[in-house]
Design a protein around this ligand. Structure first.
Ligand SMILES: Nc1nc2c(ncn2[C@@H]2O[C@H](COP(=O)(O)OP(=O)(O)OP(=O)(O)O)[C@@H](O)[C@H]2O)c(=O)[nH]1
Ligand SMILES: [Mg+2]
Length: 486
């Protein structure tokens, strides 16, 4: 074998080792049949009970009035479930044969009437006949183990089920289709090729050869690192789309904060009165505007106070400001003075210097001096909007303003990949750290051993997102947070 052939062969061996080498032992036994109620708890017109595993069709056949052993895949069969020789319910069974099912196993879905009694009795009957109750997320877990989807896709199903807004729904759908997993797999394979070359060099250390052109390696690591950093960065937007844009409604007592939360939500959620210090706690209300979820929080008026309870409320208000994506500062138009205005802005900026701020000069309906007077006095203060919480046009204007502000926070187009999951963010952060070290190492000509170690770390963290590198512990943790029947 020529030296070149030998090199090629070794690269291939290393490549395969790196690709599969870390896959930890996972304990997965799927020889039992699981069952669970997949529809929400409680009473409904129809409920759905699912069976999955080898023998599911035989088990269902045993309790059903018709023979379904030869049913074709995806066939729905109408009949009766028998319990103790008497009919329990009239149902429709749908049959899925492995591997063409959600879990990749034989599945029977039983659509029964949604009485709590029928659901319980049917589940008991299935257990008596040999099935066991599924653990939370066990259907998805089986889908993952049987290669039906990667780990990030199973997590996207959980997000899809919990999606409350159009934006959250769109992100979950994109991730469920697997685009994120595919991109990570490509990035990971590029790194694996790279690692194979560097590690091979280590084997030939005495001969002092360089298989991998250093500048090409730096270019490759930089490219992967840039993409990993972009994805990591997108989490800020992703978590906002998924969990909602937090809007802190803040300002001095009596400025009209509670009046505004009531106007925006078109509901009487907070007490309004002309007594300064009415609101003492924070009041959070979700609203959906143009398909985006906003979490509005009314807060206690900001002032020095000797009242212990109000003092706690003010501390909470400060915390709400610090965590806000947008700050809505409400001021009484009659109380605005240049010095105090600046002071108020500085105070809020000291708590949160990144969130965009919308500043309202409220109670404009009672401003009698004419707008030129207002403009003359405060025209130099940028973005101070004279409005009234009692005016429908102003409420509409503020709704548009909030949607616009979200637009300026969100730099992404509809097809872009955006990270929404905190676990994925954490893995990307660790991968980014490792790749940065590898890049620094290459640029400073440190020994190949160290570079190879950092690259391996990067490969590991990227793989943990899709589940190419997993441990029982991690999987157990992820699927436990799923609900039963999924
Ligand atoms: N004329 C007029 N009155 C308003 C407007 N907005 C609020 N008010 C009145 O201002 C008073 C205080 O309103 P709130 O909404 O309770 O003010 P707040 O900022 O929540 O006050 P605290 O909870 O005490 O901090 C009430 O009497 C409201 O009716 C407005 O746009 N125009
Ligand atoms: Mg209030």
């Amino acid at each position: 074998m020529s030296k070149l052939d030998k090199k090629e062969l070794q690269i291939q061996i290393l490549f395969s080792e790196l690709k599969h080498g870390y896959l930890c032992e996972v304990n997965f036994k799927s020889d039992d049949i699981i069952c669970a109620i997949s529809s929400p708890p409680g009473v409904g017109a129809i409920a759905l009970i699912r069976l999955s595993g080898k023998g599911s069709i035989e088990l269902a056949n045993h309790v059903f009035s018709k023979d379904i052993l030869n049913a074709t895949p995806y066939q729905a069969v109408y009949g009766t479930i028998q319990k103790d020789n008497s009919p329990l319910d009239e149902v429709i069974l749908t049959i899925f044969r492995n591997p063409h099912s959600f879990t990749g196993e034989d599945i029977v879905e039983i659509a029964c009437h949604g009485s709590a009694f029928i659901q319980k009795e049917l589940l008991n009957l299935l257990v008596e006949s040999g099935a066991r109750i599924a653990e939370p997320g066990e259907f998805s877990k089986r889908a993952f183990y049987n290669g039906k989807m990667d780990l990030s896709q199973t997590e996207a199903i959980a997000d899809l089920i919990h999606a409350e807004s159009e934006g959250a729904h769109r992100l979950a759908m994109t991730q469920m289709k697997g685009a994120f997993g595919k991109e990570l797999t490509i990035l990971r394979e590029e790194l694996i090729k790279f690692a194979a070359l560097v590690e091979l060099e280590l084997d030939f250390a005495e001969e002092d050869v360089e298989f991998a052109d250093r500048s090409e390696l730096i270019e490759l690591v930089t490219r992967v690192l840039t993409r990993v950093n972009d994805l990591k960065q997108s989490f800020k937007t992703g978590s906002v789309i998924k969990d909602g844009v937090s809007v802190a409604i803040v300002g001095k007592p009596n400025a009209g904060k509670s009046s505004w939360i009531n106007a925006l939500t078109k509901d009487d959620v907070a007490i309004v009165s002309d007594i300064a210090g009415t609101t003492r706690d924070k009041i959070e209300v979700p609203i959906f505007l143009s398909g985006i979820k906003f979490r509005l929080t009314d807060t206690a008026g900001l002032r020095e106070t000797d009242d212990v309870i109000e003092g706690i409320g003010v501390e909470r208000a400060k915390d709400v400001i610090a965590k806000a994506n947008i700050v809505l500062l409400v001021m009484d138009i009659h109380e605005i003075r240049e010095e105090t205005f600046d002071e108020e802005l500085r105070f809020i900026r000291s708590l949160n210097d990144t969130a965009p701020m919308i500043t309202l000069a409220n109670k404009a309906d009672t401003w009698t001096l004419g707008w030129s007077a207002f403009g003359h006095e405060y025209g130099h203060i940028a973005d101070l909007y004279p409005v009234s919480s009692k005016n429908d046009e102003d409420v509409k204007w503020l709704i548009n303003k909030l949607v616009d502000q979200f637009g300026s926070l969100n730099q992404y187009q509809s097809g872009d990949l955006i990270v929404t999951n905190a676990r994925h963010y954490e893995a990307l952060r660790e991968a980014s750290e490792a790749l940065q070290k590898a890049k620094d190492g290459l640029e400073n000509q440190v020994s190949g051993d160290f570079v190879a170690m950092d690259i391996r770390q990067g490969i590991h963290h990227l793989g943990s997102i899709t589940g190419e590198i997993t441990s029982d512990n991690l999987l157990g943790h992820i699927f436990l947070n799923f609900c039963i029947g999924k």
